[in-house]
Design a protein around this ligand. Structure first.
Ligand code: C5P
Length: 318
């Protein structure tokens, strides 16, 4: 039976269904790095803290079984330097989830809207993977049980991007112990660099600095956990640390001046976020603008953000 002249050949085809999920950036309040393991990872003990700086991933069902991705910034401008093949963690998340869920024929297009700096030490790629997992599970109507297992396979920081909040991470970062809610939000000024740093290169630089001394079994200072859970911001500021900092400053010496500028402008503390080069300054809310202005003037600082934490983990939007 043919339709009236001018009618679409597929008048009842449903519109492509789309699902959007968000996932947060993280700061490591303490990052203690132990020995290099035979699998190429380092043993860690870390305190993760998710902040309100989200990437969004919109998953749209497509016919033909392909998994594709596009990556744009908050203004819709394509982001250079992000792979668009299986090296992209969001693509890998979709591919591995459909295998784990027994729906290997499903196709999806992922549109990533990035706010988290690329290669910035804030686990932006991991956030994209976590958001892709949540969006694809909803789009395909699959069980949520495989998500945690697939997340741990995808990368050391992906499980935390799923759970958010604050957590102690051990192993290579994927074993999480969630910490109780922080009663008062923490304020952070972030100094973003124009170009990122490779995480493996930073870990390799640390190994080189350490030489034969690979570091003891890493442990978190429990005073930091107490300070975090009780919102003792002064104590927290004195207890933040990052074993990767010396390696990052060796690769980007100018960051030392930016750290000093933020502290002088009234930040309670400043530290390298993860494997850098993003710097995170713990501030009292009323000092955020002053600290932001001071670090924005430093050479190499491309952008400055004021964010709060903790933030929830990956979730559907709308
Ligand atoms: O797990 P992910 O893919 O994010 O790790 C990226 C790289 O960072 C690893 O290949 C490794 O070089 C380094 N890394 C490490 N020890 C960790 C986590 C990451 O050496 N615990």
């Amino acid at each position: 039976m043919s339709g009236p002249p001018g009618a679409s050949t597929a008048p009842f085809a449903p519109a492509a269904r789309s699902v959007t999920a968000r996932a947060p950036a993280k700061i490591n309040l303490s990052l203690r790095v132990g020995a290099l393991r035979p699998d190429g990872y380092h043993t860690l003990a870390t305190v993760f803290h998710a902040v309100h700086l989200d990437d969004l991933v919109t998953a749209t069902a497509v016919a033909g079984g392909e998994v594709t991705v596009e990556v744009a910034d908050e203004h819709g401008v394509p982001v250079p330097g992000v792979p668009l093949d299986e090296a992209n963690l969001a693509v890998r998340a979709a591919l591995w989830l459909r295998e784990a869920s027994g729906v290997p024929e499903r196709g999806v297009h992922l549109a990533v809207r990035k706010s988290i700096p690329v290669a910035g030490g804030m686990a932006g790629g991991s956030a994209d993977a976590a958001a892709a997992l949540v969006a694809c599970a909803e789009l395909w109507g699959t069980d949520l049980d495989p998500l945690a297992r697939v997340a741990a396979m995808l990368g050391s920081d992906v499980p935390f991007a799923l759970t958010g909040g604050c957590a102690i991470g051990t192993g290579r970062g994927e074993h999480l112990e969630t910490l109780s809610a922080v009663p008062v939000p923490l304020h952070w000024v972030l100094a973003l660099a124009g170009t990122g740093l490779s995480t493996p290169a930073v870990y390799a630089a640390l190994d080189e600095l350490r030489g034969a001394d690979q570091g003891a079994e890493p442990r978190i200072d429990l005073r930091l956990v107490t300070a975090l859970e009780r919102s003792l911001v002064g104590a927290l500021g004195m207890l933040l640390d990052n074993d990767l900092e010396a390696a990052v400053l060796g690769l980007r010496p100018a960051l030392a001046d930016t750290l000093a500028a933020g502290r002088q402008a009234g930040a309670r503390a400043g530290l390298v976020s993860g494997s850098g080069p993003t710097l995170a300054f713990l501030v009292d809310a009323h000092r955020a603008a002053t600290v932001a202005r001071a670090v924005a003037r430093q050479p190499g600082v491309a952008d400055v953000r004021h964010v709060t934490g903790p933030a929830p983990g990956a979730a559907l939007v709308g």
